[in-house]
Ligand binder design. Structure first.
Ligand code: UD1
Length: 337
C-alpha cells in the first residue's frame, strides 16, 4: 500500500517514513529540500533496507501537485509534514508562512478529495492551546488566539481540513504535537537545524559539543517549581509511530468522525532545568548555561493529557526524557565527527 509523505526528509517526516516502511508500507516522499537534505534518504535506507520513492517538488506549485497525484493516484493516504516552522521568522515574513503552510494544504486537499482513498494525517501543534488554563491539556481545551503567523497557520489548517472533510470524501486525523526531540536510536537520522537552533534540545546538544558557548535559559521567575518553563518533550520515534497508527485507523475505517484530533505527548511536563540535567546525566558532562530574561511568546507550561491517544489510538510513548536526550546527543556527535 502506497502512502505519500510530504516533508518526508524533514525531522519528524523522516522518522515516520522509517516506521511506515518497517510496517510494510510503500512510501513516496515529496520534499523541496528547503529545510532538509537528500542525504537523509541514505539514513532511511540504512535503517530499513528499503529505498522510498523520492519526488523533489515544491507543493506551492499547484500544477506540480496535480501532476503528482495523477502519477500516484494509487496512494492510500497522505501524511502532510511539509511546512515552515520557525515562529520568529513567521512574525517577520507572514506571507511566506501563509503561502508555504496554507496554499500547499489547499492544493493537496483539492487533489486528495478526488482519490478513492482520501485519508489525510495533519501535523498540528499544541501551540493551538496557547497558555491552557488546566494541565494536563485535553483535546477539548479551548483554542486560543494564535501568537504568531506560524501558530495561526496550524489553527487555520485545522479549520480548512474540518470544512473540507464535511463537504468531500476526505477523512482526516489532526495530530497536535507537544515538543518533539531526540533522534533515531541508530543515529542514522535526526534533527538538522539550519543556523542557530531556536529550539531547546538542538541548542543544548550543540552547546555540549562546543559549537555554542552557552545556553541562554529564558527566565527562571515563572510560577513553576524551579522557575523555568515546563514542556512535554516527546521522543520523535514515539511520535512517528503514532502517525502509522493514526493512518491505520483511517485505512481500517475505525475512525468515529470524519475528522478526529489527538494530542501527542508523554503526559509528563519537564522544566528547562530538568532537560539540562537530563543532558548532563546522559552525556556525563556539565552544560554551560546562564539565566536570561524571558522570551516573548513563551507559555509557562504545556503538557498533554494523553488519555484519548492512549485509549482510542491504543498508542503510548515508551521512551523516557533521558533516552530521548541520549539519542539527541548520539546524533549530534555522529554528525559532527
Ligand atoms: C516552539 C514554538 C512552537 C512550535 C515548536 C516547534 C515558540 C514560542 N513556540 O515551542 O510554537 O510548535 O517550537 O518546534 O517559539 N528555551 C530556552 N533557551 C533556548 C531555547 C528554548 O530556555 O535557547 C526554553 C523555552 O523558553 C521553552 C523551552 O525551552 O521554555 C522549549 O523551547 P522550544 O524548544 O523553543 O519549544 P517551544 O517554545 O515550546
Amino acid at each position: 500500500m502506497k502512502i505519500a509523505v510530504t516533508g518526508g526528509l524533514g525531522f519528524i517526516g523522516s522518522h515516520t517514513v522509517v516506521e511506515l516502511q518497517n510496517e510494510g508500507f510503500e512510501v513516496v516522499i515529496i520534499d523541496n529540500l528547503s529545510n532538509s537534505s537528500e542525504a537523509v534518504l541514505k539514513g532511511i535506507v540504512a535503517i530499513t533496507g528499503k529505498t522510498p520513492i523520492f519526488e523533489k517538488m515544491d507543493l506551492r506549485e499547484k500544477a506540480a501537485v496535480h501532476n503528482f497525484f495523477k502519477k500516484h493516484n494509487d496512494v492510500a493516504g497522505v501524511i502532510h509534514f511539509a511546512a515552515s516552522k520557525a515562529v520568529g521568522e513567521s512574525v517577520g515574513n507572514p506571507l511566506l508562512y501563509y503561502e508555504n503552510n496554507i496554499n500547499t494544504l489547499v492544493y493537496i486537499l483539492q487533489e486528495l478529495k478526488d482519490l478513492p482513498q482520501a485519508n489525510f494525517i495533519f501535523s498540528s501543534s499544541c501551540t493551538v492551546y496557547g497558555q491552557a488554563e488546566v494541565m494536563p491539556i485535553t483535546e477539548n481545551a479551548s483554542i486560543q488566539p494564535a501568537m504568531s503567523p506560524y501558530g495561526n497557520t496550524k489553527q487555520i489548517g485545522e479549520e480548512i481540513i474540518i470544512d473540507v472533510a464535511k463537504a468531500t470524501n476526505i477523512k482526516a486525523i489532526l495530530l497536535r504535537y507537544f515538543n518533539p526531540i531526540g533522534a533515531h536510536p541508530s543515529a542514522e537520522i535526526g534533527e538538522l537545524p539550519i543556523g542557530v537552533p531556536q529550539n531547546l534540545v538542538p541548542f543544548i546538544t550543540q552547546t555540549g559539543f562546543g559549537i555554542r558557548q552557552e545556553l541562554a535559559v529564558y527566565g527562571d521567575d515563572y510560577p513553576t517549581p524551579d522557575g523555568t518553563c515546563i514542556r512535554d518533550y516527546i521522543h520523535v520515534v514515539d511520535l512517528a509511530k503514532a502517525h502509522v497508527i493514526a493512518l491505520q485507523r483511517l485505512l481500517n475505517k475505525q475512525n468515529l468522525d470524519k475528522v478526529e484530533t489527538f494530542n501527542l505527548g508523554t503526559g509528563t511536563g519537564s522544566s528547562v532545568l530538568e532537560v539540562i540535567h537530563s543532558f548532563e546525566k546522559v552525556s556525563g558532562q556539565k552544560l554551560p548555561y546562564k539565566i536570561v530574561p524571558r522570551r516573548e511568546g513563551d507559555v509557562i507550561e504545556a503538557y498533554a493529557n494523553t488519555e484519548k491517544a492512549n485509549t482510542i489510538l491504543g498508542w503510548k510513548t515508551v521512551f523516557s526524557l533521558d533516552e530521548a536526550m541520549a539519542s539527541a546527543w548520539k546524533w549530534e556527535q555522529k554528525i559532527r565527527n
